[in-house]
Design a binder for this molecule. Structure first.
Ligand code: ATP
Ligand code: MG
Length: 422
């Protein structure tokens, strides 16, 4: 673009064609599956008080420390507001603000939409990205954890995504302090092998040392969260695993996977997919039994996860499992009389749930056939004066270059049946 001042911002993307299609495929499939699991939609604001995120994500989180788009609004109170970096805080706020924590605590909610984080852009990491997330309140039981994981497994399978599911338990307020102490002690003993980032984490947020993805080798000898679980947390984790196995869900236990914040408890999980380089996590979530209370609500259990829609879409494209974006049929009508039949044929095809694009009747056949191929149409439906007179259309398979004549009344059925060729 000649005028640099009008180009998009770094880390912000335009999605078109197959890229946009892959994202909406993920969103449509997620919506379908969430409804299948009786999870209801909640719509929350994109702009909230910055304090909401400070309170819920914690001062030491990457999001609050360095990634938020936060600014002072020009209202009387000069409210400090932020573009939402994640969905959970807003959903918890809405849940408490509606009084549901007291009146009707068991809720199954999903949200979707753009999130904003000012981080270094790279493949699969943007400053505006999309999430589809679920939060379940009032269900402290392990069966709930398992059901969410079974649902995520189903979603990934339905999308034909090659993936791995990793799970862990990080304990609770009773048993995690001992694990944390052990990590601090380990960190002090291995101080020289850790980088500055991890030195900071050791003081401020020791669990996150294990998150140090760069230092995967170094942390191999670090304490294992599973060795510190109390009896209740162990029983909870065992039940989750048992139910996953009963449902035929494949998973890997990864005792290195942690969550940095105090309100996270017990089950943590991630789904990884290939083709994304370092950004392989496409779904992340876990139990947060302390969050609602920490946000000023009643002591209600919670568990949730977020799908990184952009990353999942990239992973699907890398795996080559996204459908063609082209229409099933492109309609080519030669002349005004044929166009009158063409609009009727187009309506019939669309009524049969076929995707149809009517091409301009004011161009030559050769350029229209080229256009039909270019947009990725499977079949060209050709209607000229001769076809009009005989009540037929020509169906041309644009991949195989085969052609056949069918009665107007049969066109929709033949196209719908012709999954591979005419
Ligand atoms: P990461 O370790 O990759 O930074 P995160 O822990 O910050 O991830 P979450 O806050 O758990 O990520 O968000 C859930 C999912 O949202 C991630 O697994 C990822 O798929 C997606 N996601 C997070 N940040 C971005 C981003 N900047 N761009 C694109 N997708 C993102
Ligand atoms: Mg991040």
């Amino acid at each position: 673009m000649s005028n640099l001042e009008l180009t998009r911002l770094r880390g912000f993307q335009d999605s078109l064609g197959a890229d946009a299609r892959a994202m909406s495929l993920v969103e449509e499939q997620a919506r379908t599956i969430f409804e299948r699991y009786s999870i209801k939609e909640i719509r929350i604001p994109v702009l909230e008080r910055t304090q909401l995120y400070v309170r819920s994500s914690g001062e030491t989180s990457d999001i609050v420390e360095k990634q938020m788009y936060s600014f002072t609004d020009r209202d009387e109170g000069e409210t400090v507001v932020a573009l939402r970096p994640e969905g959970t805080p807003g959903v918890v706020r809405a849940y408490v603000e509606a009084g549901l924590d007291r009146t009707d605590p068991e809720q199954r909610l999903f949200y979707s939409g753009p999130m904003f984080r000012r981080e270094r852009p790279q493949k699969g990491r943007y400053r505006q990205f999309y999430q589809f997330g679920v939060e379940i309140f009032g269900r402290p039981d392990a069966a709930c954890d398992a059901e969410l994981l079974i649902m995520i497994d189903e979603l990934c399978r339905d999308l034909k995504l090659p993936f791995t599911m990793e799970i862990n338990s990080i304990g609770d307020n009773k048993c995690r302090p001992a694990f944390r102490e052990a990590l601090v002690a380990w960190g002090r003993a291995h101080w020289d092998e850790l980088d500055d980032d991890c030195h900071n984490r050791l003081d401020r947020n020791p669990l996150r040392i294990l998150d140090c993805k760069k230092d995967a080798k170094v942390t191999e000898s670090a304490p294992n969260s599973l060795d510190y679980l109390c009896d209740e947390c162990r029983a909870h984790f065992d039940t989750v695993k048992e139910l996953l196995s009963a449902a035929g869900v494949a998973y890997v236990v990864n005792p290195r996977m942690v969550r940095g914040l105090d309100y996270y408890t017990r089950t943590a999980f991630e789904v990884m997919a290939g083709g994304l380089g370092a950004q392989s996590t496409v779904v992340a979530g876990g139990r947060y039994d302390g969050l609602v209370e920490a946000m000023g609500g009643a002591a209600v259990a919670g568990i949730g996860f977020a799908i990184g829609v952009d990353r999942l879409a990239l992973a699907l494209q890398a795996a080559g499992v996204t459908p063609n974006v082209g229409p099933d049929a492109a309609i080519i009508a030669m002349g005004p009389a044929a166009t009158r039949l063409a609009v009727v044929v187009a309506r019939d095809l669309r009524a049969a749930k076929l995707n149809v694009e009517m091409l301009s009747p004011e161009k030559k056949m050769k350029s229209l056939l080229a256009r039909a191929s270019k947009i990725g149409a499977r079949i060209a439906v050709i209607i000229g004066d001769d076809e009009l007179a005989r009540g037929v259309v020509q169906l041309r398979d644009l991949k195989q270059s085969t052609q056949r004549e069918v009665a107007v009344a049969d066109a929709a059925r033949v196209i719908a049946d012709a999954t591979t060729e005419i």
